[in-house]
Design a protein around this ligand. Structure first.
Ligand code: IMP
Length: 432
């Protein structure tokens, strides 16, 4: 039996929600280990649609323990709102089924504001990242800068005041520089005091909860957010999110050893999308891109922004397989390609006249690479709702086999519609 980590192998939005939900039925514990409420995971359970941003997907299933690990940046306001919304949908949420690591850094209003100030200022200079404006980057900066307010600090009013002082010295200097009003100590303290009661009941020593669970043989699912190409180190820097999104972060972001993670499942869309700014070698800013966007309903769950769309890029996913140690992929949205006469796959890049088989690390080289494509024949039949290989047209099977070969990883699961049961299971990651 393996514990499983699920990661996005592209720029996020690969369809993790459905797969994580499918796997969470088989797990006892579901853990978020990075990111924050910038994520958007849509789950359809028994016909009900749940849109989660911050809470682990296990929270909608009775009898599962959901955990927000220390690698997450935690917005207490977004947390309270999400809990409220889920309760209205009949979901039970209490410290019995949800824990938050005591050492998790908080996102406060001043982080969200700073994210917005910077994005607004950058929109004139062409350096905008296109963030979700949720304060994710500024909160991680404060964590690494050793001035963050953490969940446990909410429990101690005496030490909290000093920490707020330290945080405001930094933020008010930035705010003055950007031409914005300072935040008063009283306002910051009032904000923290107002959320303490909503958060503290869930606080726990998560590394210990997970260690005990692991020793007792519980199955743990680590739920990644965003995607490999948005990783702060391995992504298309600086057009990335501010956390490590890759599989190794499941260990540091929750407090388990790397050996506790047995199987790495990379969620992979049968084409490519990205939201926000940054390089995208196979982008199709044309009728193909529009076709993929409309057929695939490519609008952001969190911000509603239209996603940029393009052909499958095997170079990027092959790199994601390497940096995550992906054991198998869950291939999603194959049906979006139904009906196309031809389908292209990027197998390499041309950079300054030379062929390369990797994404270069430099920003300027990433902007210059030109994709080298192979063209495959499409299929006319529908793959939507297929539940076995025999239900798939021969050309679709050929496409999937070719993807496997190019990326160097097998398909463990093939998802053929948003419905839970429209899934072809090749390998159960928990049994591998
Ligand atoms: P941030 O995470 O809000 O700082 O945004 C940084 C970059 O990551 C932007 O390009 C966002 O569009 C992108 N991003 C953040 N979260 C997600 C996600 O869940 N799916 C896809 N892109 C995301």
């Amino acid at each position: 039996m393996a514990n499983v980590v699920v990661v996005g192998s592209q720029w996020g939005d690969e369809g993790k929600g459905k797969i994580v939900d499918w796997l969470s039925e088989r797990a006892e514990i579901v853990v978020r280990f990075q990111g924050g409420h910038n994520a958007g995971h849509t789950l359809v359970v028994d016909g009900k649609v749940y849109k989660l941003s911050l809470l682990p997907s296990g929270v909608v299933r009775p009898g599962k323990l959901s955990i927000i690990g220390n690698g997450v940046v935690f917005d207490p306001h977004a947390f309270a709102a999400e809990v409220e919304k889920l309760r209205e949908l009949g979901v039970d949420i209490s410290p019995d089924n949800l824990r938050i690591a005591e050492n998790t850094a908080l996102i406060l209003s001043l982080h969200r504001e700073l994210d917005g100030f910077r994005e607004d200022a950058a929109s004139n200079s062409g350096t905008r990242i296109g963030t979700t404006r949720r304060g994710i980057g500024p909160a991680y900066e404060d964590k690494v800068g050793r001035r963050a307010i953490r969940v446990m600090d909410l429990a101690n009013a005496e030490t909290l005041a000093g920490k707020v002082d330290r945080l405001l010295t930094h933020h008010n200097a930035l705010r003055r520089g950007l031409g914005h009003a300072e935040v008063s100590h009283a306002d910051a303290m009032a904000e923290l005091t107002s959320v303490a009661d909503k958060v503290l009941p869930y606080m726990d020593r998560v590394w210990k909860v997970l260690d005990d669970a692991r020793r007792a043989g519980s199955r743990i699912l680590f739920e990644g957010a965003q995607g490999t190409l948005l990783d702060i180190d391995h992504g298309t820097y600086p057009f990335v999110t501010s956390s490590n999104t890759i599989a190794g972060q499941a260990a540091t972001g929750s407090g388990v050893g790397p050996a506790a993670i047995g199987y790495v499942l990379g969620i992979t869309k049968a084409y490519t999308t990205r939201v926000g700014e940054g390089p995208f070698p196979t982008e199709q800013d044309n009728e193909i891109g529009n076709f993929l966007g409309e057929r695939g309903r490519e609008f952001g769950t969190v911000t509603g922004r239209k996603r940029r769309c393009g052909w499958f890029d095997a170079v990027l996913v092959r790199q994601a397989v390497a940096v995550n140690g992906i054991n198998g992929i869950a291939l999603t949205k194959l049906d979006v390609l139904d009906g196309l006469d031809e389908i292209r796959i990027c197998t390499g890049y041309r950079l300054d006249g030379k062929e390369i088989d990797y994404l270069p690390a430099s920003q300027s080289a990433q902007a210059r690479v030109e994709p080298i494509y192979e063209t495959l024949e499409g299929w006319k039949e529908t793959t939507a709702g297929a539940r076995s290989w025999a239900d798939l047209p021969a050309q679709a099977v050929k496409y999937v086999r070719h993807v496997e070969e190019l990326i160097g990883a097998p398909v463990a699961l093939l998802s053929t519609s948003p419905e839970r049961d429209d899934t072809i299971l090749v390998t159960d990651p928990f049994q591998d």
